[in-house]
Design a protein around this ligand. Structure first.
Ligand code: SAH
Ligand code: SF4
Length: 416
């Protein structure tokens, strides 16, 4: 994992205090407070002496840049493309002989990141019928993803790299700042982030240390102070990661992406199922539920003609009976590489009804941000298109599964 140890989010208050050990401790607290409020440019940290601001600008990675900010759903959904400029070379850091710069002096150039971009989405839900308003940020943990789920644009693009703690946390604080500055001017929308979901680009449990550190940063009572229950980590089903997340000892909500009621279909829709089949995954999920006391969420993308029949709904219900979990149905959002579509609305409702009949708590996720490619599975569609790179496995799985049952696939010349 490449991660600059000067990432001020990784350092936290204590690390910042060590970095500034010739300063009174409250200076580190001031810097941390600015980061919590969404300010990462030392030039804007106006309660610090000018000299200290300059020194921080030399020590810390360059501030992130908002490259694009798009809006949908009458302003209630925002997608932000953040750019992280390459960190300065450590050899150019002045004053590395100072004891206060001990950490900086030890940095090797190879540990510094180059340019990275992240996409994240803010979804606002105004207060209604006595229910409090919510402002949920969906964050990415990786640039791209290596898991290769054929229906997902991020998976189709492959993995470009891991994000650092700062690059994950910054996606949240930048939205916090937008809200605090009144960018979403709709009555009943909170002026701060109320929920964070790790459901953007990438597999959070394949960048586990960073995911856990980001969760801790967001949860810190003296900092961002988000309750663990307001944080959801979504996983494709990496069993060792689920076990380690349970060890963190925080009641983070775990969402498990299931998408199929049996191993044969899941092997194709979620290739990592070949390493961690359903029985093993559900066992780990049950242990997570027992240890944290948190009700699980299962996500299930509905794909017409593939996994969305009433019979499949009944088999899904049989698999999940006894969990007391919540099933979140996500009608498929179109992606560039495969021709699959969501089922028609009546078929979606029939699937939902079959789950309800079997006694499961289930809902269909309201689609947000489809107009700006901000909906589930659409992030980094631009990258997939621009690079022209689509995982052959994605297309292969789509072709294999799309052959209607009972019809032989033609491999040679058509019969005369
Ligand atoms: N890698 C993690 C988290 C990111 S994906 C995971 O897979 O769980 C977040 C959710 O979006 C997952 O449930 C995923 O299956 C779903 N998703 C991916 N592509 C989608 C698409 N094209 N349409 C709808 N949902 C999609
Ligand atoms: Fe990765 Fe999740 Fe997309 Fe699968 S669905 S490719 S795990 S981001």
């Amino acid at each position: 994992m490449t991660m600059s140890i000067l990432d001020p989010y990784t350092l936290g208050r204590d690390g910042l205090a060590a970095l500034l050990d010739d300063q009174p401790r409250y200076r580190a607290v001031q810097v941390h407070r600015w980061l919590v409020r969404g300010v990462d440019d030392p030039a804007e940290m106006t309660d610090l002496p000018r000299g200290l601001r300059q020194r921080l600008a030399e020590l810390l990675p360059p501030p992130s840049v908002m490259l694009r900010h798009s809006s949908a759903d009458d302003g209630l959904t925002r997608k932000v493309l953040l750019g992280f400029p390459a960190a300065r070379s450590a050899s150019k850091t002045p004053g590395t002989d100072s004891p206060a710069l001990g950490i900086a002096g030890r940095i090797k150039e190879s540990s510094l990141r180059t340019d990275v971009e992240t996409e994240s989405v803010l979804m606002c839900y105004p207060a209604r019928d006595g229910k409090a308003g919510r402002a949920t940020v969906c964050v990415s943990t990786q640039a791209g993803c290596a898991m290769g789920c054929p229906f997902c644009a991020t998976g189709q693009a492959g993995l470009r790299g891991q994000l650092s703690v700062g690059q994950v946390v910054r996606q949240v604080t930048v939205m916090q700042r937008l809200l605090a500055e009144g960018a979403v001017n709709v009555p009943g929308v909170p002026d701060h982030v109320t929920n964070v979901v790790f459901m953007g680009m990438g597999e959070p449990l394949a960048n586990l240390d960073v995911t856990i550190a980001a969760v801790r940063w967001l949860h810190d009572h003296d900092g961002f102070d988000l309750s663990a229950r307001s944080i959801t980590v979504s996983t494709v089903g990496l069993v060792p990661g689920i076990r380690r997340l349970a060890d963190v000892g925080l009641p983070i909500t775990l969402a498990v992406s299931l998408h199929a009621p049996d191993d044969a279909l899941r092997d194709d829709l979620v290739p990592v199922n070949r390493q961690h089949p359903l029985a093993e995954l559900l066992e780990a999920a049950r242990q997570y539920q027992d240890r944290t006391g948190r009700r699980l969420t299962f996500e299930y993308v509905l794909i017409d003609g593939i996994n969305a029949s009433v019979d499949q709904a009944r088999r899904l219900a049989a698999l999940l009976g006894g969990f007391g979990a919540h099933v979140n149905l996500i009608p498929l959002n179109a992606t560039p590489a495969v021709p699959w579509r969501a089922p028609p609305v009546p078929a979606q409702r029939a699937f939902l009804a079959a789950l309800h009949e079997a006694g499961l708590a289930a809902t269909i996720r309201r689609n947000r941000g489809g107009d700006i490619d901000a909906a589930c599975g659409q992030l980094y569609a631009d990258y997939a298109m621009a690079s022209g790179r689509t995982l052959p496995a994605a297309v292969g799985a789509a072709e294999r599964l799309s052959v209607p049952q009972g019809v032989e696939q033609l491999t040679g010349a058509p019969p005369s």
